[in-house]
Write a protein that binds this ligand. Sequence first.
Ligand SMILES: Nc1nc2c(ncn2[C@@H]2O[C@H](COP(=O)(O)OP(=O)(O)O)[C@@H](O)[C@H]2O)c(=O)[nH]1
Ligand SMILES: [Mg+2]
Ligand SMILES: [Zn+2]
Length: 352
Amino acid sequence: MSIDLSRLQPLGWSNFFTTQIPLEQFDSIRPARVLRVERGCWFVDSGSEPFPATLAGRLHHLHADTHYVTVGDWVLLATDAPVIVERLDRRSLIERRQAGGIDAQPLAANIDLMLIVSGLDGEFNLHRIERYLVLAAQAEVLPLVLLTKADLADNPERTVEQARRRLPAGADVLAADALRDPLAERLSPWLERGTSLVVVGSSGVGKSTVTNNLAGQPLQETGTTRRDAKGRHTTTARSLVRLPGGACIIDVPGIREVGLVAEEGVDRQFSSIAELARGCRFVDCTHQSEPGCAVRAAVERGEVDPDAWAHYLKLLAEGRHNLAEHERRRRDRVFGKMVKATVAAKKRDHGR
Ligand SMILES: Nc1nc2c(ncn2[C@@H]2O[C@H](COP(=O)(O)OP(=O)(O)O)[C@@H](O)[C@H]2O)c(=O)[nH]1
Ligand SMILES: [Mg+2]
Ligand SMILES: [Zn+2]
């Protein structure tokens, strides 16, 4: 049996995955993408109809954690049964790190685009958008900022310009009325066939409205339907859904608020400041009061926006704190295990 890889392209298959498969395996492979994960069951699509699969015992054994294969993963199936025998390397991974959380939890794999939604109605908050941009950089996903509720704003284009100037590192910014604008058309330059996107943003900004607009059907409840049409059928589980235009939307509830920033994400998003920081006299320069600080010098010369600099410092401090906290908890856990083992050994000795 030889597989027709073109059937997988609408699901996001690319050369990145093809090159992971040894040539001699090409006649016998069955690649599929994971659409949904339920207890002990992975719903996959190999180009035609979704069907449930299980994880090969070997993978269970090697990777005790249940997140080894998550929504959006590309896997290889056994030829004779719906069993996942291999997970291909991921192109990107969105993880959730929570305050005080011990390990990062994988939410979705192989995402191409993070649609960062923010409303133009209330108080417009660049810092919040910047925080999501850091998370996109962390996950190695391309960001696109969509400012909704343009119909409620006085001068949406002015805000778009303001945001564009401030968010230079590869982020495009668009304004739209998510209830009425044809979003599939407006976003078409970003939504090629096979693009996998996620929608993130604070509550009430219009994420569900955007999702439904793109899907052309009510996949999710919105502020309006929550209030006046409770019985409506909407998806709530983690899932990958194909959009009419050929892209896929990955809807994992936890993804909408993706959590904590990490230092490497901050440096990637603020790459020009991070670049400058390499010229500081001290390796551990905090860019506040140390002599020979290249970042502060650039701020003084007017080459770096002081507000961007201040926010960079804040996020960097947060990222470092999160890392330190993570390390501390990991050590506590290791220590706790050691104590338990010692106590158990003592009890055994005692009983002898
Ligand atoms: N006027 C206007 N209302 C919008 C727009 N986008 C969303 N809304 C409304 O804002 C409310 C919250 O939207 P929803 O999609 O549920 O937000 P979510 O919490 O981010 O999923 C709903 O009442 C939507 O109808 C928009 O572009 N213009
Ligand atoms: Mg919603
Ligand atoms: Zn410095």
